[in-house]
Design a protein around this ligand. Structure first.
Ligand SMILES: O=C(O)CCC(=O)C(=O)O
Ligand SMILES: [Fe+2]
Length: 188
């Protein structure tokens, strides 16, 4: 049966999540943009801070292994690549409105001819560390699908990049996450 999303609770050891947060400061910080809008409203649409980890980061091989297994079992997409993992920080009031991660291939971009097919997010913070900031995903009927198993530090969720999803505003504390996009030739 088609799965809107899959969660893998506690798949990344908590210590490694902490290490990823600690080392994040060695990578440049950007104000997050919005791929599908040239003139995004960076208050209304999305207003978190992001950093990109290098493609040879130690966490990448493990994430690829997990993605390959889940993809083989549930989605069967043709995947050939991944983008540099994105580390994000959401403080009070920060959010990312409803969006899809998929967008058309960019011939002149860093991944020419490829599109995002599978999205993977990892909770790097404990759920006690913040309030709000939850991830919601819509199913094929356009309804919000309740999510279980994606709350604690080290929990992972994967879903097709064409699914609508959002991060509701954090109302207290700070949420950190790591997102990876697995890419391939456009669907045909
Ligand atoms: O922070 C997250 O868990 C997901 C963020 C997101 O949807 C994205 O960066 O595309
Ligand atoms: Fe997203």
């Amino acid at each position: 049966m088609y799965k809107t999303y899959l969660t893998l609770p506690e798949v990344v050891p908590k210590k490694l999540c902490d290490t990823m947060i600690e080392e994040s400061s060695s990578y440049d910080e950007h104000l997050a943009g919005v791929m599908w809008k040239k003139e995004a409203d960076l208050k209304k649409d999305r207003n978190s801070k992001i950093r990109f980890y290098p493609i040879d980061h130690w966490v990448v091989p493990k994430l690829c292994e997990i993605a390959a297994e889940i993809n083989k079992e549930y989605y069967g997409f043709d995947i050939s690549n991944l983008q540099c993992p994105q580390f994000a920080e959401y403080k009070k009031g920060q959010h990312y409105q409803w969006h899809r991660d998929i967008y058309p291939p960019e011939p002149d971009g860093p991944y020419p001819g490829l599109i995002r097919k599978l999205s993977m997010c990892i909770q790097l913070s404990n759920f006690e560390d913040y309030k709000g900031g939850i991830l919601q995903v819509k199913n094929m009927d356009g309804k919000i699908e309740p999510i279980e198993g994606f709350k604690n530090k080290g929990d992972m969720i994967m879903f097709p990049s064409f699914n609508l999803h959002r991060i509701k505003a954090v109302t207290e504390g700070t949420r950190h996450s790591l997102v990876c996009w697995f890419m391939g030739q456009p669907f045909r």
